[in-house]
Design a protein around this ligand. Structure first.
Ligand SMILES: [Zn+2]
Ligand SMILES: [Zn+2]
Length: 132
């Protein structure tokens, strides 16, 4: 150690490592700290509308923070459950966008729909996916 700045830098590195260790070992307790806009429901009851073409719905991003270790995660309800924050499980690509999107399907003829569902079965969303 040659000067105070080096000393401070190495102290910060040590603290960052401690924080990373605490966050890795934590049994997280997440809650939403920046909310999303409520997603639109598709024409199938209980299935929400996700990505259209390549576009994520406006307001689909949200932030969760752990109250025990302050870990922050930025998520989107197109990929993560907004109720229990699990990663959504993707299902097979289906061609029948009209089943979910009514006449809106005409705008993105080359896209299929991939259903994504929470493992806890409390959230399902229909995301478009390029299909050619
Ligand atoms: Zn935590
Ligand atoms: Zn869920």
């Amino acid at each position: 150690m040659t000067n105070r700045v080096d000393y401070i830098k190495s102290s910060i590195e040590g603290m960052e490592k401690t924080i990373a260790d605490l966050q890795t070992a934590c049994e997280h307790k997440f809650s939403i700290t920046k909310s999303f806009d409520e997603p639109k429901i598709s024409i199938v009851n209980s299935v929400y509308l996700g990505i259209e073409g390549n576009n994520r719905p406006k307001g689909s991003d949200f932030t969760i923070t752990c109250s025990k270790c302050s870990l922050v995660k930025n998520l989107s309800y197109c990929f993560s459950c907004p109720r229990c924050f699990e990663d959504l499980k993707v299902e097979d690509l289906v061609n029948w966008r009209s089943d979910y999107k009514e006449d809106r399907y005409r705008r993105f003829g080359y896209y299929g729909v991939r259903m994504s569902t929470c493992p806890n079965r409390d959230f399902s969303i229909a995301n478009d996916e390029f299909d050619q």
